[in-house]
Ligand binder design. Sequence first.
Ligand SMILES: *Cc1c(COP(=O)(O)O)cnc(C)c1O
Length: 349
Amino acid sequence: MKYIDFRSDTSTTPTKEMRAAIFEAELGNDGYHEDPTVNKLEEKVALLLGKESALLIPSGTMGNLITLMVYCKRGDEVILEASSHILVGEKGGICSIAQAMPIPIEGINGVLTAEQIKKKLHYNSNNEEIQTGLICLENTHNRAGGVIFPISNIKAICELAHSYKIPVYLDGARIFNAAVALNIDIKEIVKPVDSIMFCLSKGLACPVGSMLVGTHDFIKIARQYRRILGGRMRQAGIIAAAGIVALEHMIDRLQIDHENALKLGEELGKLSYIQIDLNTVQTNIVRFKVLNQKIGARELVRILENQGILIDYSIEENFRMVTHKDIESRDVMKVINCFKKIEKHLKHK
Ligand SMILES: *Cc1c(COP(=O)(O)O)cnc(C)c1O
């Protein structure tokens, strides 16, 4: 059976154009900076985001880790949102490998304010040395359901941070979803922050790869940490070729994923056994809870699986569905019909 896979936008497979570009890619040894396709992608990304330099990395998780290692000395405090991917989705690398000290703040749907952060800035007793090494923001916020971090908040937080010479990093795994949803140039979002990571491998549909973006100095050191972490690659033009296609052809279409997610969210919201906050359905992620005692999380997932539909759930019985290029509007209709049938079934139970 061919499954409709709503578990994640990392399930996307590369397009025909990507496969052709990979096949044709000019290659060299990226360990010596000699892969022309990697160099082209890195230049293209820096230009697109309006920053000095960019670096191809194997994964978003490695990008987050590299950034923590570049900015933080051992024991430095890192202010981040309490349900941020760095804190809850990366197996504690922030502590075990970067040896930084997470200072979590609970946001509203993943969004933090400058006022909240100000209270957590930390000086040592003689008020000379600041112990806050870095502030991390997440846009869009994964656990909150693809919520967009408002630009005004980013600006205010960066202004505060920079007045204390603290860098601000954006975990922008899905930053293009935010740019498309807001219908603004990506440069506007990333202008105030010092560095950014985004994933090629999610909604942009590449098979693998993420990008780290920032100043020349930042990327120079990031390159060293990439090597330490085993992320230095060789004929990586194989990966970069798909990335170039993604930046040229896969950004604008994210709008379709957002429309599908909204349709899905609205229809789920009409069902009595589902609890969903439609305010959080801003991009390509739909999160909801099941209220009915008659159906457990596992059972719901199993029923859908039997219908050829895969969805994601966590132990706390939070469900997540992600739309992406391999999901069409008729797939959304199919899953909505399944959920409706389950509601009928529950009424007769
Ligand atoms: C997916 C994700 C990452 C990690 O990216 P990988 O390429 O899967 O390692 C980091 N941050 C956020 C917000 C994500 O959604």
